[in-house]
Design a protein around this ligand. Structure first.
Ligand SMILES: [Zn+2]
Length: 395
């Protein structure tokens, strides 16, 4: 009960602060004495701070201003992509305070090497956070792979990295900072849900980096499936007699809307051009290159994106008919290509989703795009603390 009340008070301060103690009591429907005791505990645990400045409460005299700490507890997110590493620290207000992305060709390199580099980046960023007065209270690692539900820090498969059965603790140099792995598509969807202030409670978030990942948020909760393998939209068949797929089947969505397939159709080299694009995140950024070509009216690129959009629309029709979502979100790299993907995805949905009214605006690009998974990894810790402030050590 107290744990729940701590979360309620912290939630009120986060959503409406700065607030006086009286104001908090008015908002959460508890007595002033009860709220004061809860506030004292939240201050002791480093979640809330009480400034000398005053705010006028709903009742009585002005009180001192309570706000969520921008120092103290923080979440660390790490990301291993096929071509990069990332690290992010968010404070308890959910604000990203440190953001780092370094290009690294991670595909096919030994998992131990990649994890050691990710750990070094994490340690560097944690030291930086400490200098800002932040202390990391939890660590998550976004990976482009399958992470089973059972605990143990296992990445079951990450085909685009060449990983299979990688247990993070076996490779992480510092046993005290081993992060919890989570699928990048799931984290991207959660970040979108938490951060974008949208009203959709049930939605499908489809994202593309090298592979295609989907995540289902149902009634505000991530749906992970019986084993944690839900959301493998990339291997949904869109043409039973289509081209062979690396997964062993044929005609999978990835063969039409995956990065490699789109680049091939557009007549571009597999990893973009060495020069990259002017809006790119680095040399060889294939997505930026596609966007530049499409914006310039390059016919093969436009055809490739139209074909990808139609295949995506076909696959998403199945998702719509199965789970009846409020919305569909194109995330990751798809968000940057949305101008060219949305028309054909919408056309396909309009033609196929016929049993219920389907509004074209129910399909939208994500707000966070390729930033989603890393932000989601850092925010997961923040959300856990907000839901249960007793996770923080008592002061
Ligand atoms: Zn496949």
């Amino acid at each position: 009960m107290r744990r729940r009340n701590l979360a309620v008070v912290l939630g009120a301060v986060a959503a409406h602060g700065p607030l006086s103690r009286a104001d908090v009591a008015g908002r959460v429907g508890l007595t002033r004495a009860a709220v004061s005791s809860l506030v004292d505990e939240l201050i002791g645990r480093g979640a809330v701070t009480e400034a000398a400045a005053t705010v006028r409460g709903r009742v009585g005299r002005p009180g001192r201003a309570l706000t969520v700490c921008d120092e103290g507890p923080a979440g660390l997110g790490l990301e291993i992509g096929v071509t990069h590493l990332g690290a992010c620290v968010t404070d308890l207000r959910g604000e990203p305070r440190i953001w780092r992305r370094v290009e690294r060709p991670n595909a096919g390199r030994p998992a131990g090497r990649v994890l050691a580099e990710a750990a070094a980046l994490g340690a560097e960023v944690e030291a930086e956070a400490e200098a800002l007065g932040l202390s990391v209270a939890g660590r998550l690692l976004a990976v482009p792979g399958v992470v089973p539900n059972r605990p143990g820090g296992l990445v079951e498969r990450a085909p685009n990295l060449g990983w299979s059965g990688v247990r993070l603790a076996d490779h992480w140099p510092d046993p005290d900072t081993v992060p919890e792995p989570e699928n990048e598509a799931n984290l991207g969807a959660l970040a979108e849900y938490w951060n974008a202030g949208r009203s959709e409670e049930t939605f499908v978030h489809v994202s593309a980096e090298t592979g295609i990942g989907a995540a289902l948020v149902i009634d505000g909760r991530l749906f992970r499936g019986a084993r944690g393998f839900a959301g493998e939209l990339g291997h949904l068949p869109v043409r039973p007699d289509g081209p062979d797929c690396a997964c062993g089947a044929r005609g999978c969505l990835e063969q039409y809307a995956g990065e490699a397939a789109v680049l091939r159709e557009a007549g571009l080299p597999p990893h973009g051009s060495p020069a990259g694009g002017p809006t790119g995140t680095g040399p060889g950024d294939a997505v930026a290159l596609l966007a530049v070509r499409a914006a310039a009216g390059h016919a093969p690129t436009l055809r490739a994106l139209d074909r990808a959009g139609r295949a995506l629309g076909l696959a998403l029709t199945s998702a719509v008919d199965l789970i009846d979502p409020d919305g569909l979100v194109l995330g990751g790299a798809y968000a940057e290509l949305a101008d060219w993907l949305l028309p054909s995805v919408r056309a396909e949905l309009a033609a196929r989703v016929t049993v219920r009214p389907w509004a074209p605006e129910a399909l939208r690009p994500s707000v966070l795009g390729r930033r989603g998974p890393l932000l989601g990894a850092a925010l997961t810790t923040v959300r856990r603390i907000m839901a249960d402030p007793t996770l923080l050590p008592a002061g």
